[in-house]
Each structure stands twice: as structure tokens, then as C-alpha cells.
Write a protein that binds this ligand. Structure first.
Ligand code: 5GP
Length: 209
């Protein structure tokens, strides 16, 4: 699949760039292999671009120390998650590393109905479901600068056993192979550069050449 080239030009003097009318992308889905740095890019954007609207997912995974319920995720038990699935409340949902994650449908639809863009940060299975449910969504693949760099990040401090690392690397290779399914690739050279490229895509004035 041919990568789309996007000319990203928007005027910062206009305030909330996602309010501007235009033909630009509205629903933007950020995905990519585990360990590539999606969370860092999102945190960077969250701190500097308050106009960016990020979907808050529902998850069954245990809350981490630094996380705030309702801000990073809505934390629920499996029974509640299944109830939401049955009620058709999710735009997409997937199991990842033994935990369930889903994007609540209503807030995304409400946000898009105002003509403003929305950002989802989800795993590859979720991105594929969004592609089917909303073909007009812009799917963005966050890629590592190189396989060596991703390997370095996944192996981390070397506290895991060899088998765990082997599985993680095999999984990462499968995830990297999904890149051609995406509309745009952003290479995560630095958090600042990747965040700037992603923010550019959220502006409706980012036009396709
Ligand atoms: P973590 O538990 O580290 O926050 O997230 C694990 C993985 O789940 C990440 O790849 C993250 O992007 C993905 N994820 C988070 N929310 C959702 C969601 O609503 N749907 C899907 N499909 N994946 C999600």
C-alpha cells in the first residue's frame, strides 16, 4: 500500500485547530508495536495541546500507581466489561496481555458530531476493528527508528527471563509487519518530533496531497 504524504500546515493563531472546518482527518487512531513509545507521545501531547481530545478507554487491567481512574482509563471488572460489550457500548474492544480494553462508542461519536477531531491510542487488533467500523478514520502507525532500537526498548533492564524476551520479540516482529495496513507512518525518532507530526494530523488543515 502506498503511504500517504500529508502536508501539515496549520495556523497556531486560530486557537483550537481542531475547530477549523476543512476536509482533514477527524478520527485519528494511533497504534504500533508494544514498546514503541505510544504512551510517551500521548503524555507529551496531553501536557502541551489541551485542545486535543483523547478517548478514555475502559479496561480490566489493575490500575498503576500513577494512574487516575477516569483520566487514563475507566477501570472496571470483567463482569462490567462484558456487560458493556453485550450492550454494544464499544466502538472496538480487544484482549491484550490477558486484560480487556475497549473504546466507549458514545463519547467518540459525540465528539465527532461537533466537527472536531478525536484521537484513539489502541492496539493493532483495535485499529483493525476501527478500520472496519469507520473506514474514513486515519490510521497512524508509530514505528521505531529501527528494529535494533525496538529490541533495546523491549529487552529493557534485562530483568526478564530468556523465554519471555523471546516471546516479546516474536510478538513485536508480528506487530511491525502490520505497518502496510496503516495510512500514515510516524517514525518515533524523538518524542517531540513524533508528537508534532501526530498533532499536525489532528488538524483538519492537514491536507492530503
Ligand atoms: P497498557 O495496559 O500498557 O496501558 O496498554 C496495553 C495496550 O492496550 C496498549 O497497546 C494500548 O494502546 C492498548 N489499548 C489501550 N486502550 C485500548 C482500547 O480501548 N482498545 C484497544 N484495542 N487497545 C487499547
Amino acid at each position: 500500500m502506498q503511504m500517504e504524504r500529508l502536508a501539515v500546515t496549520f495556523d497556531h493563531t486560530l486557537g483550537d485547530p481542531s475547530m477549523n472546518p476543512g476536509d482533514g482527518p477527524r478520527l485519528v487512531v494511533l497504534s504500533g508495536p508494544s514498546g514503541v513509545g505510544k504512551d510517551s507521545v500521548i503524555e507529551y501531547i496531553r501536557a502541551r495541546n489541551p485542545w486535543v481530545w483523547l478517548s478514555v478507554s475502559v479496561t480490566t487491567r489493575p490500575i498503576r500507581d500513577y494512574e487516575v481512574n477516569g483520566l487514563h482509563y475507566h477501570f472496571v471488572d470483567r463482569a462490567e466489561f462484558h456487560r458493556l460489550v453485550e450492550a454494544g457500548e464499544f466502538l472496538e474492544w480487544a484482549e491484550f496481555a490477558g486484560n480487556l480494553y475497549g473504546t466507549p462508542r458514545k463519547p467518540v461519536e459525540e465528539r465527532l458530531a461537533t466537527g472536531q477531531s478525536a484521537l484513539l491510542k489502541i492496539d493493532l487488533q483495535g485499529a483493525r476493528q476501527v478500520r472496519r467500523a469507520m473506514p474514513e478514520a486515519l490510521l497512524v502507525f508509530l514505528a521505531p527508528p529501527s528494529w535494533e532500537e525496538l529490541k533495546r526498548r523491549l529487552i529493557g533492564r534485562g530483568t526478564d527471563d530468556e523465554e519471555t524476551i523471546r516471546q516479546r520479540l516474536a510478538h513485536a516482529q508480528e506487530e511491525l509487519a502490520a505497518e502496510p495496513e496503516f495510512d500514515v507512518t510516524i517514525v518515533n525518532h524523538t518524542v517531540e518530533q513524533a508528537a508534532a507530526e501526530l498533532v499536525g494530523l489532528l488538524s483538519p488543515q492537514a491536507t492530503r496531497r
